[in-house]
Design a protein around this ligand. Structure first.
Ligand code: DX5
Ligand code: ZN
Length: 219
């Protein structure tokens, strides 16, 4: 059964506390927190202080997506802010295996995120050190972009790589995950859906209606 995780960079920051509480009560499974440094991606979003400020409003896992260069230098900051899971971009660190080990040593789940063009072969020798893999299905940095069609095949190829080597690793998809794209990514093996403007943050729906509609659609 796929898990639903709101991408909070899509939320109205002026009502973030209420948003987190309502989404939690509506039944989402985790919260996806995008962190950007303006260098690895051309944007800035949520920081550790903001993450810390909402930590006490939910007990659901905080999945921190570090779209930053040298993420290994910032792990403590986000662990102390309340992260339960941290994903780092394979393209952003020279020492991916050691960075994943460091995340696990802090008692957190370790994730790897891949930009759309990065081959999944990059993951082969760290499959034993990762708990979830995030496939960017848009180019990272902004909400509201279009799904990159070849990413359906990438989800399937990743599922084959994981199953073929006998691992159990969650496949998270991130970017334009909505009603048009969810059937294809689920069919190919996705287990965690990062939901932003295409499914959860829609002006015509309350959070409760959006979560209920998503639940019916995927379960
Ligand atoms: C993009 C972020 C995504 C994004 C999702 O770099 O990683 O989480 O906010 O938003 P939508 O669903 O609008 O693509
Ligand atoms: Zn993200």
């Amino acid at each position: 059964m796929a898990l639903i995780g709101p991408s909070l960079m899509c939320a109205d920051m002026g009502i973030l506390k209420e948003t987190v509480i309502r989404l939690d009560e509506a039944g989402v499974d985790f919260f996806h927190l995008d962190v950007m440094d303006g260098s690895f991606v051309p944007n800035f979003t949520l920081g550790p202080d903001l993450i810390k400020s909402i930590r006490s409003y939910t007990s659901k896992p905080f999945d921190v997506h570090l779209m930053v260069k040298h993420p290994e230098n910032h792990l403590d900051l986000f662990a102390e802010a309340g992260a339960d899971m941290i994903s780092v971009h394979a393209e952003a660190t020279e020492h991916l295996q050691r960075t994943l080990q460091s995340i696990r040593k802090k008692g957190l789940k370790a994730g790897i995120a891949l930009n759309p063009s990065t081959p999944i072969a990059h993951l082969r020798y760290v499959l034993d050190t990762v708990d979830y893999i995030t496939l960017m299905t848009v180019n990272p940095g902004f909400a509201g972009q279009k799904f990159i069609p070849l990413m359906y095949q990438k989800v399937k190829d990743l599922k084959d790589l994981i199953d073929g080597n006998g691992y159990k690793i969650d496949i998270q998809v991130d970017g334009n995950i909505g009603y048009e794209t969810i059937p294809g990514v689920l069919e190919n093996g996705a287990t965690m859906l990062v939901c932003g403007t295409s499914s959860l943050f829609r002006p015509e729906l309350t959070f409760e209606e959006a979560v209920e509609r998503l639940n019916h659609f995927i379960r």
